[in-house]
Design a protein around this ligand. Structure first.
Ligand code: LP5
Ligand code: MN
Length: 240
């Protein structure tokens, strides 16, 4: 049996090939799995569960088919879809998890998260994150008419693109000290995350022993998943 992890699909109407690839994945590999974990940024931008975009309904229906078939699906929010809420979770059958979680899989303790919280050198982003994670601000935002929310999200995306163009790659990557601190606090030798779009398995030392940080790739020209079995942890790219 295998447990699958994916992240950073950034689904949107402008990228139908990625959506098609995800629908194939849900009806194929995911059906054979024991469970599916989506570690954030499933959507390019999420401005509320009441957004009537056809793509969202299509994805909810496909996820529901998977969960109804007996494969549980868990979701951790990303920095693009942190507003995904209980209504979409109900429609899709997904179970919403807190921002980090330790799993015990086939005897291996594995910490999972989106990965943005590890990018602590990106002070501007962490400040932005702290603001948009304030419950009162989210409540206020979600009460705005949809077209205003769309405009604000577009402004934020443009602001983010502009800010990123002048940030170094190192600043936008995880901070090694933050990784070790998290892994030692949770007493794990395995961490799986996304966000940085730099797929790799990094070996490091945590808790005085060998430890592994597995980074999921974004779905652009190909898909990316991590497959955990009793024997192995594999990072697998696959055609869409
Ligand atoms: O997302 P990406 O890959 O471009 O960059 C991220 C960080 N950026 C973000 C911002 C998101 O892209 C915005 C998504 C909005 C969708 C949901 C809207 C819900 C609104 C809810 C309000 C309560 O996450 C980026 C990191 C990068 O990852 C790497 O880690 O660097 O961080 C930033 O770009 C932050 C900037 O440094 C500072 C913020 C600029 C935003 C300007 C806001 C203007 C809004 C005006 C609205 C009235
Ligand atoms: Mn992200």
């Amino acid at each position: 049996m295998a447990t699958l992890f994916i992240a950073d699909l950034h689904l949107c109407q402008e990228e139908p090939a990625i959506t098609a690839g995800f629908l194939r994945f849900l009806a194929g590999s995911a059906r054979q799995a024991e469970a599916l974990y989506i570690l954030g940024d499933l959507f390019e931008a999420w401005i509320g569960d009441d957004d009537p975009t056809a793509l969202h309904r299509e994805i909810a229906a496909a996820l529901k088919k998977l969960t109804d078939s007996g494969v549980p699906c868990y979701f951790i929010h990303g920095n693009r879809d942190f507003l995904l809420g209980p209504r979409f979770a109900r429609e899709s059958g997904m179970i919403l998890l807190p921002e980090s979680q330790v799993l015990d899989l086939y005897g291996r303790r594995i910490l999972i998260m989106h990965g943005d919280t590890l990018c602590i050198d990106d002070k501007e982003y962490q400040e932005f994150r702290a603001q948009v994670h304030k419950p009162w601000l989210q409540k206020l935002f979600l009460a705005l008419p949809l077209f205003i929310r769309q405009r604000i999200a577009a402004r934020m995306r443009a602001g983010s693109k502009a800010a990123n163009s002048s940030k170094s790659l190192a600043i936008m990557d995880v901070n090694p000290g933050a990784v070790v601190a998290e892994m030692e606090q949770q007493r794990v030798q395995w961490l799986i995350h996304g966000h940085t779009h730099r797929p790799a398995i990094h070996e490091l030392t945590a808790n005085g022993q060998a430890a592994f940080r597995v980074v999921l790739g974004a779905w652009h020209s190909e898909g990316s998943m991590v497959k955990v079995t009793a024997e192995d942890v594999e990072l697998i790219p696959f055609p869409l």
